[in-house]
Design a protein around this ligand. Structure first.
Ligand SMILES: Cc1cc2nc3c(=O)[nH]c(=O)nc-3n(C[C@H](O)[C@H](O)[C@H](O)COP(=O)(O)O)c2cc1C
Length: 332
């Protein structure tokens, strides 16, 4: 699959997730097989570009290409300016968020709420496409609610406006994250467009990825929540798509090493205090599927320093690797 000049291989993409897909996580997912990783949403409002949060979200130093940055907002010229600003700061693909269900994104009815206003959608897309020399992609849901599933109309507008690829999450806005994703609307969109279409929603295994690709005819799949605590899902999906068989899961020793590397990158990227705090949710996700990890989470969550967080994690996984019951201090 191609997005403008960029070849996206393998055809499995990390979904943008605010609070999750920061640079350390994107770099890790890319290394573990993602063909493309989309940044957390960045605000189009320039008043917020100098906050610590925005500076971290717009930091792409050392990130592998192609760097895809998501922007959100409602005013065409402001979105165009935000796109230019992000390209000046390293974006090689600009992604527009019309998929987020939050009531208010960036203090305005942005995100999927925009899908109710097709004329405004066209103006935003045209303004952003005209503003930058890099490809512009769009992410949408299937519509506002069950009776207003107008994604096929928005998809046609996207293609006419010069959008280079379209990602569709198979839920309506009012579903938020409830129910199950449906793929018929995505298949209908794919059938009517000539630009690449990316299927998203509830893809949590290599088999599901293959099934969704077959069912929709899409060019790639996008994975969000299933990658939390499981960044190696990308190489597992890529392997299954290429060979038709499952790849072995990572060994405990590999998980330990990946996790320690991820923690170190978080500490370095955010600084010790924020890095340790942000690392806790990742530790929780890495540990979520193992019953014995409940105690580990409780202890490691109390670690206040980077050194303590790394040591507890290393000791715990070392014990699991050695096949002995991990010793956990009553308090860290
Ligand atoms: C914590 C979280 C944050 C998200 N943030 C964004 C975002 O900033 N921009 C966006 O377009 N979608 C966002 N999404 C939606 C995801 O990109 C994706 O469409 C959705 O989770 C469905 O895919 P999944 O079933 O693979 O998780 C977010 C989802 C989650 C769970």
């Amino acid at each position: 699959m191609r997005i403008g000049p960029h070849s996206i291989a393998p055809r499995v993409i990390l979904a943008p997730m605010a609070g999750v897909t920061d640079k350390p996580f994107r770099v890790l997912c890319k290394r573990l097989g993602a063909g493309l990783c989309v940044s957390e949403m960045t605000t189009s409002d320039p008043r917020f570009w100098t906050t610590a949060k925005s500076r971290h979200r717009m930091d792409h130093a050392g990130e592998p290409a192609p760097i895809s940055v998501q922007i959100a907002g409602t005013v065409p010229q402001i979105m165009a300016e935000a796109a230019r600003y992000n390209v000046d700061h390293g974006a090689q693909i600009v992604d527009i968020n019309m998929g987020c269900p939050a009531k208010k994104v960036c203090n305005a009815w942005a995100g999927s709420a925009l899908m109710r206003e097709p004329e405004l959608v066209a103006k935003i897309l045209e303004a952003v496409v005209a503003a930058v020399d890099v490809p512009v992609t769009l992410k949408i849901r299937t519509g506002w609610d069950h009776d207003q599933r107008n994604a096929p109309l928005i998809a046609r507008i996207a293609e006419q406006s010069g959008i280079a690829a379209l990602a569709v999450h198979g839920r309506t806005r009012d579903q938020q994250y409830t129910g199950v994703a449906e793929y018929d609307t995505i298949a209908a969109i794919k059938a009517q467009l000539s630009i690449p279409v990316i299927a998203n929603g509830d893809i949590d295994s290599p088999r599901k990825a293959a099934l969704v690709l077959a069912r929709t005819g899409c060019d790639a799949v996008m994975v969000g929540r299933a990658a939390q605590g499981r960044p190696w899902i990308f190489r597992e999906i890529a392997h299954f798509l290429e060979h038709g068989e499952e790849r072995a899961p990572p060994s405990l020793a590999e998980v330990r090493d990946l996790l320690l590397g991820h923690l170190e990158h978080l500490h370095a990227f955010y600084g010790e205090v924020s890095g340790v705090r942000i690392a806790r949710k990742h530790l929780g996700w890495y540990a979520k599927d193992r019953p014995e990890n409940v105690a580990f989470r409780a202890v490691v969550n109390r670690a206040e320093s980077a050194e303590q967080q790394l040591r507890l994690t290393r000791d715990y996984f070392d014990a699991l690797v050695a096949g002995v019951a991990p010793e956990l201090p009553a308090a860290a």
